[in-house]
Ligand binder design. Structure first.
Ligand code: PEP
Ligand code: MN
Length: 340
């Protein structure tokens, strides 16, 4: 439920309504707007009883029922776009933001080489996995803390903030020591203890859509993070499983404008994992920006044939440069600047 206050309701009236909501056992979320304040209510399991009591309080203009199961992530609760800032990088503003880097941190030389190349081409944030969720227990699972140290060194060398995956609650404090942004991978999108823990960490979060998750599931997963008081969440469409196995996954681009309509959170697209083929990354990156995505996350490797993970979908640096040029042209047509 949303309590919309009158345009001239003063702070005392707003606080009185918040106090009443707390007294009912719910949580008030005052949201000052340009003309009036709205107060969102969470914590209720069904319709808010005693709503008529709120309706009659001084300064209250209107009560609006929020029908979506997610509240804090919804446009109904928060009309304007949320900007998520990571260092100097902003997601959800006018600019298109590109995150790039290797799938996996393999060696210091590999990561630094790729980091410099993507920075040169206009990427503003570095990706790289130190803890890798692999489908097979026999595959390479990343360098762990050594990988995080290498990412921190690459940040020093290039000035780019770093996003890296955190796989469990146990390693979260260690990942927080090094990462600027925490990635929750597709396989962990519904790991609710982890979502709560990254929410409490206060660190910006990149939440990837599970490949069997609906848009509603994704938004409810984000709701867990926001419900811990952390609104710095960027959503990522990375392809879902469908009947078609031509590509690794099916990139659900229709989800992008739909999520932008349902939620105020920024949305980016991962054309690398979605397609699983480097030759599909460029057209899907262009399409993602045309569909209104706020940015991209792309895998790049200078020697894909020898990559320890996902070489088949990694762009070599020259192709990444071409991608950035083409994406910049699409962004330009969408009247969105891209730092190049
Ligand atoms: C990744 O981005 O490194 C990754 C493993 O992606 P996803 O969780 O989307 O499969
Ligand atoms: Mn990968």
């Amino acid at each position: 439920m949303l309590v919309v206050m009158e345009a001239h309701a003063d702070a005392a009236k707003i606080e009185a309504v918040c106090a009443e909501i707390r007294a009912m056992g719910y949580v008030p979320h005052p949201m000052p707007g340009p003309t009036r304040t709205a107060i969102g209510i969470t914590g209720n399991r069904g319709p808010v009883e005693q709503a008529t009591r709120l309706q009659r309080m001084p300064g209250v203009a209107q009560l609006i029922r929020v029908t979506a199961p997610y509240k804090l992530v919804s446009r109904e609760f928060h009309e304007g776009d949320t900007l998520v800032q990571v260092g100097q990088v902003v997601f959800g503003g006018p600019a298109v933001t590109v995150i790039a880097g290797p799938c996996t941190v393999e060696t210091r030389e590999q990561t630094l080489t790729i980091a410099h190349a993507v920075r040169e081409a206009g990427a503003t944030m570095l990706r790289g996995g130190a803890f890798k969720p692999r489908t097979s227990p026999y595959a390479f699972h990343g360098l762990g803390e050594e990988g995080l140290r290498i990412l921190a060194e690459a940040r020093e060398a290039t000035g780019m903030p770093v996003v890296t995956e955190v796989m469990d609650v146990e390693t979260l404090p260690m990942v927080c020591e090094y990462a600027d942004m925490l990635q929750i991978g597709a396989r962990n999108m519904q790991n609710y203890p982890l979502l709560r823990a990254v929410g409490r960490s206060g660190r910006p979060v990149l939440l990837k859509r599970g490949f069997a998750a609906t848009v509603k599931d994704l938004l409810l997963a984000a709701e867990y993070v926001l419900n811990e008081g952390n609104a710095d969440v960027v959503l990522c469409e990375r392809g879902i499983r469908t009947f078609d196995d031509t590509l690794r996954f099916t990139l659900d681009l229709g989800a992008v404008p739909m999520i932008k309509q349902l939620s105020h959170l920024p949305v980016i697209v991962d054309p690398s994992h979605a397609s699983g083929r480097w030759d599909q990354v460029l057209p899907m990156a262009r399409a993602a920006i045309a569909a209104g995505a706020d940015g991209l996350i792309v895998e790049v490797h200078h020697n894909p044939a020898f990559a320890l993970c996902d070489g088949q979908q990694s762009l070599v640096p020259d192709r990444f440069v071409a991608m950035m040029e083409q994406v910049a042209r699409i962004a330009n047509a969408m009247e969105r600047p891209m730092v190049l």
